[in-house]
Design a binder for this molecule. Structure first.
Ligand code: SF4
Length: 402
């Protein structure tokens, strides 16, 4: 079937097969791919509204035993640059977030063997006690699997315990490319295989949680493997309907073991448009301005995205790998309005919360994203030492304190 005919079919809502999607991804002219994705976006969101959320992207620890080769963020156990945030530091970040209209934390971190499930439960309970309306969008599937392995509990039992402590929803991180050949090459097969990642999401959806889905492309995968990733997500969405949104971004190579070069902005736009055409059962696609910058982020709105993602406030992971874009709410709203669209604040569940917050109340402008810790600071707070340690380094630190 010819490319033009396939584009017309996809734009009018017909489901693409794997072969058809590959033909489009490899051969369709970029502007026509965008036009088709934009038609789908307009049909799903005819009111011209583009949403965004004010939340804060907090990484509670950078200590990680997974050692993915594409990651510049983690530090090994015992590293002098390893950190764990104290509960007080996290509370302060929440208060700063609430002050600028924020409604949740996106809370993710490394696979730290010295943070048992009780640490997470204590943290979540303490957050909910202090800020009952504040949401916790926390712990990607590999972190849930890590806690399952650490605790000896099943994945459903871990999810149940975390929900009991205050978990509201699960972010779709750690998906990278959901093809085991790629996961083995990236050294992330051990943290979660494709089936394990999908199984966590399936359990979460069955437990009544909504989650997001992500894809990091541009490492070692083929175009066909990127599409396979999308088809696995489409299949699970058919089954559960539990994904609220899809977010894709390009691999950021600086300071990583894998190294390499970053994919271009055009490749990002093509990938986003393909996601809109393949993921016909996803309502929301976010623009990844944090890896692409504001201008490509704005262009994303013509390539299938209907959401500008998060104001973010803080970012540590892609910054460690070389990306350092910053957009505060004013800038996000300007980009949406300049594209002729209507900005609205939303929750993680995509409920509209209102007009831009800065038009209701004066908030300070933000010109750089915050970091987990001030430059050069690291370390583990004393409160962590009361939890049973697994690593030799933490056991030695506990001994020293006795
Ligand atoms: S991507 Fe996540 S799991 Fe992998 S090394 Fe980095 S922090 Fe650890």
């Amino acid at each position: 079937m010819g490319v033009m005919h396939l584009l017309e079919r996809a734009a009018s809502g017909e489901r693409l097969s794997r072969d058809e999607a590959l033909t489009l991804y490899a051969e369709a002219p970029t502007h026509l791919l965008g036009r088709a994705a934009d038609r789908v976006r307009r049909r799903k969101h005819p009111d011209r509204v583009v949403t965004y959320i004010i939340d804060r992207n907090v990484n509670y620890t950078n200590v990680c035993v997974a050692r993915c080769t594409f990651c510049a963020f983690y530090r090994p156990v015992g590293s002098s640059e390893g950190y764990v945030l104290s509960f007080d530091e996290i509370f302060r970040k929440i208060e700063e977030t609430i002050a600028v209209g924020g409604v949740q934390l996106l809370l993710q971190g490394g696979h730290n063997p010295d943070l048992p499930i009780q640490w997470y439960e204590d943290l979540f309970r303490a957050v909910k006690e202090r800020y009952p309306a504040f949401r916790l969008h926390a712990l990607s599937p590999p972190e849930v699997i890590h806690l399952s392995r650490l605790s000896g509990l099943s994945v459903p039992a871990v999810i149940e315990r975390l929900v009991g402590a205050g978990l509201d929803s699960i972010p779709g991180g750690g998906a990278e490319i959901l093809v085991d050949r790629v996961r083995k090459l990236l050294h992330c097969y051990g943290k979660a295989t494709t089936d394990e990642w999908l199984a966590v999401m399936r359990y979460a959806h069955h437990a009544g949680l909504r989650t997001t889905a992500t894809m990091m492309y541009g490492t070692v995968e083929t175009l066909g493997e990127r599409l396979e990733h999308l088809f696995r997500l489409r299949d699970l969405q058919d089954e559960t309907g539990g994904f609220t949104a899809f977010i894709t971004w390009s691999y950021q190579p600086d300071h990583t073991e894998l190294a390499g070069v970053e994919a271009t902005g055009v490749e990002y736009l093509r990938t986003l448009a393909m996601a809109r055409l393949v993921l016909d059962n996803f309502d929301n696609l976010q623009a990844s301005w944090v890896t692409q910058g504001g201008k490509v982020g704005q262009l994303s709105l013509g390539f299938g995205a209907n959401d500008m993602g998060s104001v973010m406030i803080e970012e540590n992971v892609v910054r460690a790998a070389g990306a350092s874009y910053c957009m505060d709410e004013v800038e996000i709203v300007r980009n949406i309005e300049d594209a002729g669209l209507v900005p609205k604040r939303r929750s993680m569940h995509y409920e509209i919360l209102g007009e831009p917050f800065f038009r209701e109340r004066a908030v300070p402008r933000m010109t750089t994203l915050a970091t987990a810790k001030p430059e050069g600071e690291a370390g583990v707070p004393a409160e962590v030492l009361k939890y049973p340690a697994r690593s030799k380094a933490a056991k030695a630190a506990q001994e020293e304190r006795r």
